[in-house]
Design a protein around this ligand. Sequence first.
Ligand code: C2E
Ligand code: MG
Ligand code: MG
Length: 477
Amino acid sequence: MEMWARLKLLLSQPLTGHVSDRHRRRVQAGSKLLSAMILLQGCTWGTYYFVKDNAFLMALCLAIGLVGVAGLAMTRAGWIRASAIMSVHALLVLIGVFCYFDVPLSGVPRSVHMHLLSLAAASILVFRSEGSYLRTGLPLACFATCLVYAGSNVGSSQLHLLPPVEVREIGVWINHGLAFLTLAMVLGVMSADGAQRSAIEVGLRHAVAQGHFVLHYQPQVRGDDSVTGSEALLRWEHPERGLIYPDKFIQLAEETGLIVPIGDWVLRKACAQLATWSKDPCSAHLTLAVNVSASQFRQPDFVAQVIDIVDRSGAKPSLLKLELTESMLAKDIDDVIRKMSALRAYGISLSLDDFGTGYSSLNYLKHLPLDQLKIDRSFVRDLLTDPNDMTIVRTLIQLSQSMNLTLIAEGVETTEQRDWLRNNDCQDYQGYLFSKPLPLQQFDALVAQHHRAPLPEGGPDADPAAQARTVLDKHLV
Ligand code: C2E
Ligand code: MG
Ligand code: MG
């Protein structure tokens, strides 16, 4: 895979643990505002030290200004996580160096170190669901540096490099004021988030107890138009807010452990549906893909639970497909392989969802007992306009062929994308071009319609009746 494509993937990773769109917008706006403040301060003080002929402090301030420019540019490009990681590291170093020259004088205390306090608070907020280094290590490093400068006189003895006293007298007010303002902003976002998260969590617990969930089914299509199965996609039926989509609650469900009972419900419902479909010749062949979250998969009794649910439902194991994600492969790969092998030995198929987004090592991949790779929709979206995405998809197609795995592309929205995929040997698709996820009744109607009039050789283009039916399908969507 090309270096730039890999880098772009890395940079565009979203921040984890930021559940609502409102929160994400707040974090994005906050990060733009902070970058603009950093830019403004860096440039203003840089100009001042230029006039005062202090080249060292001028360079330091301009470097801080540059961090602001880079932060703004990256946030605008949507690389919020990368921008946050870059800004916090760079500011910790630059502010740390600046503090060394902000030596306390009699009557003028040190003040630049106060920015480290707000930097620590901002990192706690932004990286709260990241790994332990970003979540704990980085804020601790900011606190520790702040503490060292707050509690000691450590600093440069080169008087000509220090900021002039009159500036430092004003600086004490400006630095404390800005640091308190940033702290207040961070605490404001934290408390709004806390309230929102606990409201969602209470609602979710209630929904689990009352079974306020429903599955929608998105067709998976082979070749031109034949529905081979579907993916079960969860929706929360909120009594007041209506249907809530999984991106608003799955992550919180994972963090609170509620994903285990929710996942259990999804699996029971899906298997019961497979058993129902098996009684009707129109739908007896349909496979059903179920998403499994990482913490659900890590449960010690996951395999036994799945087998028990399938057994009791009477569903054919070979029609059930579990969609795993690359994040599951990060920990204890031997246990993962053991579980996957046991599920496959029972007859269940395994598909690797969102493939390409998680940098799973190809070494791992060849040891995994998989049946299918599912190309992530982010690659399909820009397939025809972004040469990098085209290269990535080509590589994934070759990879699946060399590993003898079936391949399905998700997020297929246009005939041009479908045609490109078909011409490049990818024959299975899922996406809005065929249908959005549908409530059960509409999905059943779509399948029945396809069953009544099977497609002729050559697909819908070759047959006017089939063309009419495709138009009808679109109305069902
Ligand atoms: P996913 O497994 O990658 O599911 C595919 C998502 O892509 C679905 O979003 C689907 O509606 C959307 N999609 C399909 N075709 C297109 C298209 O052509 N264009 C665009 N723009 N989008 C398309 P949905 O239903 O909102 O689900 C989002 C994610 O939530 C899923 O991503 C999956 O990771 C998670 N999820 C859904 N149901 C469950 C579940 O029962 N358990 C768990 N653990 N996660 C679930
Ligand atoms: Mg999926
Ligand atoms: Mg997916």
